[in-house]
Design a protein around this ligand. Sequence first.
Ligand code: AGP
Length: 362
Amino acid sequence: SETDKGPYPYYMLKEIDEQPNVMRKLAALYTQESGKPNIDTNLINALSEADRIYIVGAGTSYHAGLVGKKLFEKLAHVPTEVHIASEFAYDDPLLSEKPFFIFLSQSGETADSREVLVNVNANDYKSLTITNVENSTLFREATYTMLLHAGPEISVASTKAYTAQIAVEAILAKALGEAKEQTIAEDFDIRQQLGLVATGMQAIIDEKDMIEGLAKKYFVPAPRAFYIGRGIDQTVSLESALKLKEISYVQAEGFASGELKHGTIALIEEGTPVIGIITQRKTANLTRSNLQETMSRGASTFTIVRRELALDGDTIVIPDVDEMITPLLSVVPAQLIAYFTSLNKGLDVDRPRNLAKSVTVE
Ligand code: AGP
């Protein structure tokens, strides 16, 4: 059955492996053969009326929201804010005139996010919940809903829900951009891109053994580690670090690569792992030189780099896809690094200490 581990030692590895199929499924469900999005027109109309989008989530879902902001702003030209649910609920944010709320939640049960939705409903604002669980609380209480169709996610560390959330956001941003007659959205072939993503994910997954080697040699013995990047790559650095923290107990930080030299670089010691995520033409060289700065202070540096930008000596080369959706690929090596670090430390990968799958208290 769907909730069977099958031949896998842990659900997390199974769920990482399922990602290519989830991408194909979302492309088939939410786009037409022509490449046009296949999304509820009432939802698109409501979104079109908004002057600002507010994305709300916690943990990995918040990180998927950070990618969503880039997509909605690029493809649909709508200013978008992303908020940590537990902060937004009590911080009385100043809202725009016509806000629209998007809730991201794998479980649909996160109490912090629900608290925000209760306020949103009390003010009669429109909302969309993007969730993996039909009939969950956030599903029932939002104006509109979209399902992630990722199948049950059982491992505490979220993997396929993150990539599914980003894929759904990309389709939605394209649909909204088209409704707003944005050329960039019209030219963005999300259906074809998700096909490339699925193949690309599989190619990375096929490099498992190499990634396990890295994890064993460098990450298992490390007390701390860094992921760095700029722009969209910085958002992936946050998610990559969270994965490593929660299941392997390595104190990891995701960081804006240009900000490191303003203080945090003091933490770099002999052998500290620093991984640069490099998928954007505009900032590739900048991140490379920031990586170099850490190397000259003793760091063991690695790269996760998009093929077009790859150089000799790069560590993990990910296939080329549109620069707007590279998180769908760049996160996969980081998921595998976290998995194999946890596994080789003899930890319970799926059930890390102190954590629950969904957090139903505020
Ligand atoms: C992810 O690996 C975490 N375990 C956690 O941050 C999670 O993403 C967060 O609690 C939000 O859960 P939700 O998506 O079910 O709302």
